[in-house]
Design a protein around this ligand. Structure first.
Ligand code: 6CS
Length: 341
C-alpha cells in the first residue's frame, strides 16, 4: 500500500512539475542521490552534453533523491515510461533483475580502478547477457559507472571477519548482499538509503557501507567512529531508460546519447576520484573518525569467505547469471593484462 501511494505521489508530482520549454524533447532524469553527489554530477554533465550535441533539442531536468521516491520506485517509473532516465544501483535493482547482483559480489573486481572503468564501459558480459536481463524487465541499460570504493563504517574497526559477528550492518535491498554479509557472520539489515542516518542514530543498525562521498554528504560519519577501507567492492550504478521510449527515438538522438554517455563516463571517472578524496579530507579535518586500511593478509581472510557467494549468485541468477559471472571474470582478467602491457 505504501509503495502504491508513494508511486501515485511521484506520478502526481511529475504531472504538476511540467514546465514550458522550447525543446523538442523534455526528459526527466531521476537520481538515487542528493544534489552535489556523483550521480548529480554525472546527470548535469550528461544533460549539458545532450543539449550541445542536439543544438538544444533535448532538455533534461534532474530530480535528486527525495523528489520522486526510493531507488525501487524510480525503477518502476522508468518501467511505466513516466520518466525517461534514472540511476538504478545493483544493490537495489537486484530485487527486480537478479542477474545484476554480479556487480555486488565482493572481491570480484580489480584493485585497479582504471581496469574497472574499462570493464564497466565495454565488457561483453555486461553489455551482452546482462543488458538482455535488463530488457526482459522493461529496462534499457545505457551505462555503468563506478562511484568509488565502498567503505564500512561502524563504532569499531572491522579488520577481521570475527568483528562482524552479529553486527547489524545496513545493506541495500538486493538479496545477494545479505548473503555477502552473512558469510562474514554479520546480521545484515536491508533498508532504503533515506532511513540509514536515523537507523544509526536510534541504534536499529550498528554499521553501514557506502562510498566516501556519500558517507560525508549523508552525514553518516557523524554517527560512526570508524571507517574501514577493505577495497572489497567499487560502488557501481547503472543508468537506465525505457526500451520502448528509446526505440522510438530518431537515430541522431540515439547517436547523441551514445556519445554523451561515453564522454560523461570519462568525466565522472576523474570527478568521483577528486570528490571522494576531497570529502575524506573533510571528514578527517572535521571529526574524530578513525580511518582504518586493511592490509593484504586481512583482506585475504574476507576474500576467502566471500568466494562461496559466487555460487549463491549463480543459484539466484540461473544459467544467464552463470554466463555473466564467468564472462565478467574473463573480461576483468583481460583488462588487467592489457593494462599491464
Ligand atoms: O546506499 C544506498 O542505498 C545508496 N548509496 C549510494 C552511494 N547511492 C545510491 C544508493 O541508493
Amino acid at each position: 500500500m505504501t509503495r502504491i501511494l508513494g508511486l501515485t505521489f511521484a506520478l502526481c508530482a511529475l504531472v504538476f512539475s511540467a514546465t514550458v520549454s522550447a525543446a523538442e524533447y523534455e526528459w526527466k532524469f531521476a537520481l538515487e542521490e542528493i544534489d552535489g553527489s556523483v550521480q548529480d554530477r554525472y546527470a548535469e554533465k550528461f544533460a549539458e552534453l545532450m543539449k550541445e550535441k542536439t543544438d538544444g533539442r533535448v532538455d533534461i531536468t534532474i530530480y535528486p533523491y527525495g523528489s520522486l521516491g526510493t531507488s525501487t520506485q524510480l525503477t518502476e517509473l522508468i518501467q511505466k515510461r513516466a520518466i525517461q532516465m534514472a540511476f538504478a544501483s545493483p544493490g537495489h535493482l537486484g530485487s527486480i533483475v537478479p542477474e545484476v547482483q554480479v556487480l555486488t559480489i565482493h572481491f570480484l573486481f580489480s584493485d585497479d580502478s582504471r581496469v574497472n572503468k574499462e570493464v564497466l564501459a565495454s565488457s561483453d558480459a555486461l553489455y551482452g547477457p546482462l543488458a538482455e536481463a535488463y530488457t526482459d524487465k522493461n529496462l534499457k541499460l545505457i551505462s555503468l559507472i563506478n562511484e568509488g570504493w565502498m567503505v564500512w563504517t561502524a563504532n569499531k574497526p572491522l579488520t577481521e571477519p570475527s568483528d562482524f559477528d552479529g553486527l547489524k550492518i545496513r545493506t541495500m535491498v538486493s538479496p545477494l548482499l545479505l548473503k555477502a554479509y552473512e558469510a562474514y557472520g554479520a546480521n545484515p539489515t536491508p533498508m532504503a538509503y533515506s532511513e540509514v542516518y536515523s537507523g544509526l542514530q536510534l541504534g536499529t543498525i550498528d554499521a553501514q557501507v557506502n562510498p566516501v562521498f556519500a558517507i560525508e554528504e549523508m552525514s553518516f560519519y557523524e554517527q560512526q567512529d570508524y571507517m574501514t577501507f577493505a577495497g572489497h567492492l567499487p560502488f557501481i550504478a547503472s543508468v537506465v531508460t525505457n526500451p520502448g521510449f528509446y526505440e522510438e527515438l530518431p537515430d541522431d538522438i540515439k547517436q547523441a546519447i551514445s556519445e554523451a554517455r561515453a564522454e560523461a563516463d570519462d568525466y565522472i571517472f576523474r570527478e568521483q576520484q577528486e570528490l571522494n578524496d576531497k570529502r575524506l579530507a573533510f571528514i578527517k579535518e572535521n571529526s574524530d573518525t578513525e580511518i582504518v586500511q586493511l592490509n593484504d593478509e586481512q583482506r585475504k581472510a574476507f576474500r576467502e569467505l566471500a568466494m562461496p557467494v559466487r555460487e549463491q549468485y549463480k543459484e539466484m541468477a540461473g544459467d544467464r547469471g552463470a554466463k555473466i559471472l564467468d564472462g565478467l571474470v574473463k573480461d576483468i582478467e583481460q583488462a588487467e593484462e592489457a593494462m599491464a602491457e
